[in-house]
Design a protein around this ligand. Structure first.
Ligand code: OSB
Ligand code: MG
Length: 373
């Protein structure tokens, strides 16, 4: 049984070690919305809302998520007696459109709470099997192809199993070419445009076919499937969707239209684990590989991502870089690390598998709100 009695929202600010530059702009200080859930038996869990501070990626922001959580979502959950976290998705859905990241944060917090209460690892509760997950790196845009190539060489030397380059017009073909040349033909490479192109760029995008990319992520608008299908029909490189898939229906439509041949699943983007698992299963049934993307999460969001990525059809390396790549110091112990290009799934520990450093979270908190049943 699960009954959330108290929900604490807090905003923490964590400076990134270096700015993360994409076609959406640069992120330097990550504003992070954390949730702490307490149930009537005194168990705790933590989750993270992955929304950014501006609506550049999808329409949500940390502030819209805060509003949605406090006004509409928390009141539905608090005090409700539930058999399992599996009921939370349906509890939060009726009459609330969008706000996937806000719903996802609350839903994932409930799964973590259930894992705590049952004394099992979150990965186990989700149906995970994989004990380690291959790790890829998502690299921000560098000013020159040479700088991009040198960073990529360092990343491969560090053990990363997949190199993802952020691209945008003017920082694409030459950058990808330089990196491919520096890394040689055997390293798994991909590019992510975060919707920086339109179908009018089709001839330009076709030039990326020369570089043997594992996939091209989200080249076209965040809410599009039809143009992606038109592009995929003319591209040899498989398209991977990210922003365009925020629900199980979107995933089904992607497959029906052949708008993408790989799916990046971020549990926060798709309203939580229930939909993530359904998308994972749907893609597995169609022999479409999935992998776990990232949103520059702290160690708390990372714990949720790593647990999900242990499911069997997460066949490609995830954007699951170790804590030290992003932060001077993470807010969990132990910090997330990479060994031999893999992150270990903490099956042996209940819940998230990492401790939240409460003192550090307290110190970093700039805003908080407590909601009770
Ligand atoms: O498109 O995958 C993306 C970060 C913020 C917003 C969108 C994206 C990303 C990343 C970073 O690629 C992945 C990571 O957390 O390392
Ligand atoms: Mg992406």
């Amino acid at each position: 049984m699960l009954r959330v009695e108290r929900l604490e929202l807090r905003e923490v600010r964590l400076p990134l070690r270096e700015p993360f530059v994409t076609s959406m702009g640069a992120v330097q200080d990550r504003r992070i919305l954390l949730l702490e859930l307490t149930d009537t038996q005194g168990a705790h869990s933590w989750s993270e809302c992955v929304a950014l501070d501006a609506p550049h990626y999808t329409p949500e922001t940390i502030d819209t998520a805060w509003l949605a959580l406090s006004e509409w979502l928390a009141p539905r959950l608090l005090g409700q007696e539930l058999d399992s976290a599996r009921q939370v998705h349906d509890l939060l859905r009726p009459g609330i459109r969008g706000h996937e990241m806000a719903r996802g944060a609350l839903e994932m917090g409930c799964w973590a709470l259930e894992a705590e209460l049952r004394g099992v690892a979150l990965a186990r509760l989700l149906g995970g099997e994989r004990e380690t997950v291959a790790t890829g790196i998502s690299m921000g845009i560098e000013p020159t192809p040479e700088a991009q190539a040198s960073k990529a060489v360092t990343a491969v030397a560090a053990g990363y199993r997949k190199i993802k380059l952020k691209i945008k017009p003017g920082f694409d073909i030459d950058h990808v070419a330089a990196v491919r040349k520096a890394l040689g033909p055997d390293v798994a490479m991909m590019a992510d445009a975060n919707s920086a192109y339109t179908l009018a760029d089709i001839e330009h995008l076709k030039r990326l076919d020369d570089f043997d990319l594992v996939m091209l992520e989200q080249p076209l608008p965040w809410d599009d499937l039809v143009d992606h299908a038109a592009l995929q029909a003319q591209l040899r490189t498989p398209i991977c969707l990210d922003e365009s898939v925020c629900s199980l229906d979107h995933g089904r439509h992607m497959l029906q239209l052949d708008a993408g041949r790989v799916l990046n699943i971020k549990p926060g983007r798709v309203a939580g684990f229930q939909v993530s698992i359904a998308l994972h299963d749907l893609c597995a049934a169609h022999d479409v590989p999935v992998w776990c993307g990232g949103m520059l999460e702290s160690g708390i969001g990372r714990a949720h991502n790593v647990a999900l990525a242990s499911l069997p059809n997460f066949r490609l390396p995830g954007d699951l870089s170790p804590s030290a790549r992003y932060w001077q110091q993470d807010i969990v112990t132990p910090e997330w690390t990479m060994q031999d290009g893999h992150v270990r799934v903490p099956f042996e520990r209940p819940g998230l598998g990492v401790e939240v450093d409460r003192e550090r979270v307290e110190y970093l908190t700039v805003r908080r709100q407590t909601l009770c049943s």
